[in-house]
Design a binder for this molecule. Structure first.
Ligand SMILES: Cc1cc2nc3c(=O)[nH]c(=O)nc-3n(C[C@H](O)[C@H](O)[C@H](O)COP(=O)(O)OP(=O)(O)OC[C@H]3O[C@@H](n4cnc5c(N)ncnc54)[C@H](O)[C@@H]3O)c2cc1C
Length: 271
């Protein structure tokens, strides 16, 4: 299917894009890599009358190390992160990108688009919660920075206002032992369950088991106690509240959670 008709606008600056969003209101949508939005438009799940293309706004495609922090521009692609040398402190970001779709998707899809789209199994959403990221957004009133845990609010729902643009994602602290692993039916599919662990925080975050990337405090407490990693997996599996769904029963998701959290902890321990 083809999308419904729309008017195309190319934004040349962040303020230009924000101005267009404010002027065009609910009828407008930003497009970055188009890897989620175009599919939604083709299926008529989204019918924006105006598309504001931000792909050529200069300055939003850089990765900058600033002291302990890493600042990733909204237009940085998954593939750029996959192939960047981020050093041991942030290697989990590069490593996690191999789980995102296929190469053509990774070469076009962007960090900002993934965070704005807010799929609860998306790797960027898990990584943002895992590493205490702050989502930096700009609107008509200027810039603000939103902690990832507050940013994701429900199924495809975020704290982003309709006239705001994500400009960058700030990862404030090194996470040299953090890991992310997942299971999907076919390579390139979204995960059925994904697990991310940072033993130094300590932090355990799950995708695919709730409407948002889910922190599991019970498993984090077990992780902090330094006991056998299988007990962390067991604690995570016991803590989640999952229902049977087409394609994946609650029992299956719980078993995947147990296995993947244990595996992520084992990988982290080898670092
Ligand atoms: C077959 C397939 C498999 C995939 N598998 C995975 C996967 O395994 N894991 C995964 O994480 N993703 C997966 N994706 C999605 C992919 O990662 C997308 O790139 C990503 O979700 C959206 O990024 P984008 O730049 O393409 O955003 P777009 O599609 O352009 O936009 C997505 C949404 O974000 C908004 N938006 C975009 N940029 C901004 C911004 N800077 N500020 C505010 N709003 C913005 C848009 O208005 C739109 O609502 C898959 C996609 C496909 C087609």
């Amino acid at each position: 299917m083809k999308p419904a008709a729309f008017t195309y606008h190319r934004a040349r600056s962040v303020s230009g894009a924000v101005g267009l969003l404010a002027e065009l209101g609910d009828d407008a949508k930003v497009i970055a890599g188009g890897q989620s939005l175009v599919a939604m438009m083709n299926f008529r799940l989204a019918r924006p009358e105006h598309l504001i293309d931000i792909a050529r706004i200069p300055g939003l495609d850089t990765i900058v190390r600033e002291g302990d922090a890493l600042r990733v521009g909204a237009l940085v692609t998954h593939h750029a992160v996959e192939t960047a040398d981020l050093g041991p402190d942030f290697r989990v970001l590069s490593e996690a990108m191999r789980w995102v779709g296929h190469l053509p998707i990774r070469t076009r899809g962007t960090v900002g688009g993934s965070i704005a789209h807010a799929d609860a199994t998306a790797e960027w959403c898990l990584l943002a919660v895992l590493l205490d990221a702050r989502i930096v957004v700009e609107g008509p009133a200027g810039r603000r920075s939103i902690p990832a845990e507050e940013f994701f609010q429900g199924v495809f729902t975020t704290a982003l206002e309709p006239d705001e643009l994500i400009v960058e994602v700030e990862f404030p602290r090194p996470a040299p032992r953090a890991t992310l692993t997942e299971f999907a039916e076919r390579q390139g599919d979204f995960a059925i369950v994904a697990a991310a662990v940072d033993p130094d925080a300590p932090r355990v975050v799950l995708g695919g088991v709730a409407q948002v990337p889910l922190r599991v405090p019970a498993a984090e407490a077990v992780l902090a106690a330094g006991v056998a990693v299988a007990e962390v997996g067991e604690a995570a599996a016991a803590a989640i509240d999952v229902r049977d769904e087409p394609g994946a029963s609650a029992h299956y998701r719980r078993a995947l959670t147990r296995t993947l959290v244990t595996r992520a902890c084992e990988e982290a321990r080898t670092r």
